[in-house]
Write a protein that binds this ligand. Sequence first.
Ligand code: ATP
Length: 353
Amino acid sequence: MKIIVLPGDGIGPETVAVATASLEAVDARFRLGLDLQPDVAGHDSLRQYGTTVRPELLDRVKAADGLILGPMSTYDFKDESRGEINPSKYFRKNLDLFANIRPARTYEGSGSRYGKLDLVVVRENTEGFYADRNIESGGSEMLITPDVVVSLRRITRPCCERIARAAFDLAMTRQRHVTVVHKANVLRLGDGMFIDSCQLVARDYPDVRVDEVIVDAMMAHVVRAPERYDVIVTTNMFGDILSDLTAELSGSLGMAASINSGTKYAMAQAAHGSAPDIAGQNIANPFSQVCSAGMLLTWYGQREGRENFIQAGHALDEAVAQAIAARESTRDMGGSLGTRQTGEALVARLRAY
Ligand code: ATP
């Protein structure tokens, strides 16, 4: 399995280094035959090549079996004509990575202040309110006058149906419960179509329980009773916001793993940003990046029918859970180790598996 590794900006180089070391440890243990190929995107690429992401890099990624994208300074990249492309959007759009899968669970020993939870947010990734990806050319936010902005939101039936199918397929491997989160009381047409599509797909999954919750009420429900939820499917922006909340409920945003997948390609990417406030201080939690890499191995194992990859993905998750229970983690998860030392302890644990 050839994986392109892009360390990214901010805390990215620190956390991606831990993910890479963890992959090397499971590679040896499960005989995966990984070929990890480093490259650059984001600020490093802008400095070296005058653009945050080169077209040749997309070709390399397409020829590989997976991509690890470190966090990007998305907020810094404003002008595409100056090479400031949002790499995250670039790969999601060009590889048609329509499903952003963001799990959140609580861990023994992490001292989470909220109830136990084990859920997955399935977020549509290619349209919605995201001005940089929902029209073919240009952006979908317009300055009508100096004081008036119009932002367009695109919702299409095929995109609703494919994200619904991804959610129901996932639910079949879990507790068989899907919650559709929407704002159809206000966005009657767009979210109405989203709900209709989910209910249509639901007919193919008679064993899956389905309910619908309005997004603002969901913010309260998921804090009050997070144990009620299994798979949550929603449109792009709602999924982006809700998944930061569920990550924090699980203990820390530093646990927010995710994978972006389509029919052919997949990209592992922590759900949080580049965290410039803590970059370079050896305090960032690397587990979001490690578990994202584990999700990539599992995705590949399922696609290729390779059980050892699925086992390796599971081993990474298990080792992270054991490390948290043993307080071999960064401070946000109740430990006292630095990023590097957390990685060293995790690798030692994985080697002893
Ligand atoms: P960006 O502009 O790249 O989105 P941001 O700081 O606005 O960066 P995040 O990077 O998502 O947004 O960070 C939000 C908060 O969560 C910050 O206080 C950050 O320090 C914290 N945080 C994010 N990732 C981690 C991590 N891996 N470990 C510990 N804290 C984190």
